[in-house]
Design a binder for this molecule. Structure first.
Ligand SMILES: Cc1cc2nc3c(=O)[nH]c(=O)nc-3n(C[C@H](O)[C@H](O)[C@H](O)COP(=O)(O)O)c2cc1C
Length: 365
């Protein structure tokens, strides 16, 4: 029996459509509603746990690589436990888990700033026990009844957005750079910001090389496609699945490289965060510093765009240290800083997933 070409085309079209619809239906539900959190909803008369749970509404608005949101929380008594969710680890792009821990540090910092805002003293113990591999930090919180008067960083949590636009051709004022620099108090971390054109050119060269290597790697494209398909990196629903297909099947590397080079050319300031040690705690702390600088920048109308490719590819990573004057530092994060119109809207979050773990923990009690 001969099957006509038309029949084959129709059956294939139905199969592809079925695959797409299946993908859209199974796409985890993410929402931008989480950004509507209102300070006035803080449960003043609620239990201690209700109050601490409220802080998590701010923690989950943190940035994370590919918007993977690799965090889980457990609230109990006067403690919040922060866990890393390895199912969200970008095994190809982030082989060494640097971005995984930096993202967790960003969430931890949002939580700390919110705690300060609502009148809590807090202390953090990093990686308290070897028994629980995924337990990243235990935060102990005590009410001090003195809500922070400096609301700038707290307010910026709700407006912060990765800004991937071309930046305006105007320098960032020295006074603003000083202000961002003042966010960096840790002796084992260094924040380096520069407007040096030579550093910018060298960095652009590293990004071009890193992009070429990554977009030739089918595993990298497949992982990026997977996250695009989850509907948390811009396009949502059906369009997210199309974006996934395009990245996996077509060569989008050249276009991305051209865009990235133009973005870097427009950038007045490049920021680098380096650490003296290269352990997990240093990476979490680097994430905290990164988020604090990002929020301070946001509060002053300065946009931020992390660019991680050069640190994701071993060949280019080895050359990043050469861009930082202080020797012996492990580069942890690189980002663009400058002025641009704000991005529209917000990126979604899986609010339910963040609390799911919490509910499981409560049931287990
Ligand atoms: C550790 C880390 C690395 C990141 N690397 C990149 C990057 O290389 N390129 C990029 O465009 N965005 C990068 N981002 C930004 C995330 O994609 C962004 O935070 C996420 O999509 C959520 O969006 P939002 O920051 O607008 O809330 C990174 C963020 C973090 C925390």
């Amino acid at each position: 029996m001969r099957v006509s070409a038309i029949k084959v085309a129709v059956i294939s079209a139905f199969l592809i459509l079925g695959m797409f619809l299946g993908g859209v239906i199974t796409q985890p539900k993410a929402s931008v509603d989480v950004w509507e959190v209102k300070e006035s909803d803080f449960p003043i008369n609620g239990s201690q746990e209700d109050k601490l749970k409220f802080l998590l509404k701010y923690a989950i608005l943190a940035p994370s690589s590919h918007n993977s949101q690799p965090w889980k929380f457990n609230v109990s008594g006067d403690e919040i436990r922060l866990y890393g969710d390895r199912s969200k680890w970008l095994r190809v792009a982030d082989t060494d888990q640097r971005e995984f821990y930096i993202s967790l540090g960003c969430a931890l910092e949002n939580m700390a700033i919110a705690a300060d805002h609502f009148g809590y003293n807090h202390s953090v113990t990093y990686f308290p026990t070897a028994d629980e591999e995924d337990l990243v930090a235990v935060v102990r919180l005590n009410p001090n009844d003195q809500p922070s008067r400096n609301t700038k960083l707290f307010d910026a949590i709700l407006t912060r957005h990765t800004n991937r636009k071309l930046y305006e051709n105007r320098p960032v004022l020295d006074s603003e750079i000083q202000l961002l620099q003042s966010q960096s108090a840790e002796t084992d971390l260094q924040l380096y910001m520069t407007s040096d054109p030579d550093t910018r050119n060298k960095f652009r060269g590293l990004i071009v090389r890193a992009n070429k290597i990554q977009y030739k790697d089918p595993d990298y494209k497949s992982e990026l496609g997977y996250w695009l398909g989850q509907g948390v990196m811009g396009p949502t629903g059906f369009m997210a699945k199309i974006a996934q297909l395009v990245v996996v099947l077509f060569d989008t590397g050249n276009g991305q490289t051209k865009t990235d080079a133009e973005l870097i050319n427009s950038t007045p300031i490049l920021g680098f965060i380096g650490s003296k040690e290269n352990d997990r705690a240093s990476q979490v702390k680097a994430g905290q510093l990164f988020e604090r600088v990002w929020l301070a920048a946001e509060a002053h109308g300065i946009r931020v765009h992390p660019m991680s490719q050069a640190l994701e590819v071993p060949e280019t990573k080895a050359e990043v240290s050469g861009l930082i004057p202080q020797k012996g530092l492990y580069p942890q994060q690189i980002f663009r800083l400058g002025y641009a119109e704000p991005e529209n809207g917000h990126t979604p979050r899986w609010a339910g997933v963040a609390y799911q773990f919490l509910i499981i923990q409560i049931i287990n009690l």
